[in-house]
Design a protein. Structure first.
Length: 119
């Protein structure tokens, strides 16, 4: 058995796992807690969307409870930490958006509205 046997051996096949979805990323973002309210940013309705490229780049559109929130940089850092090592993610970009303005009455989950006393 020489080099010719190695040349005729079948190439190893790479089997891709299930593709990461925006829902998977949002599930990971449930670990990010708004420090002022003590609730996760997904349930609060602060995550406006997640776009994933074929190359594994994630663009996460989110807002804050206020444009003047002093904890914005900390929340952005937590978003990166919660998502950057997900399988298939190459890069994470956080895009802060202000339109539409966040409204807990319409954007937060039912559980969060109850927690905040909003009926």
């Amino acid at each position: 058995m020489g080099d010719s046997d190695e040349a005729t051996a079948p190439a190893a096949q790479v089997v891709a796992g299930p593709r990461l979805t925006s829902e998977d990323v949002q599930d990971a973002l449930r670990e990010v807690i708004d420090p002022e309210l003590g609730l996760d940013i997904v349930s609060l309705g602060l995550v406006y969307g997640v776009d994933l490229s074929e190359e594994g780049d994630a663009n996460i559109r989110l807002t804050l409870t206020s444009p003047y929130c002093p904890l914005g940089p900390m929340i952005e850092s937590q978003v990166h930490s919660a998502t950057q090592f997900l399988p298939g993610i190459r890069d994470v970009r956080v895009e802060l958006v202000w339109d539409p303005p966040w409204d807990p009455h319409t954007m937060a989950s039912d559980e969060v509205r109850l927690e905040l006393g909003l009926y």
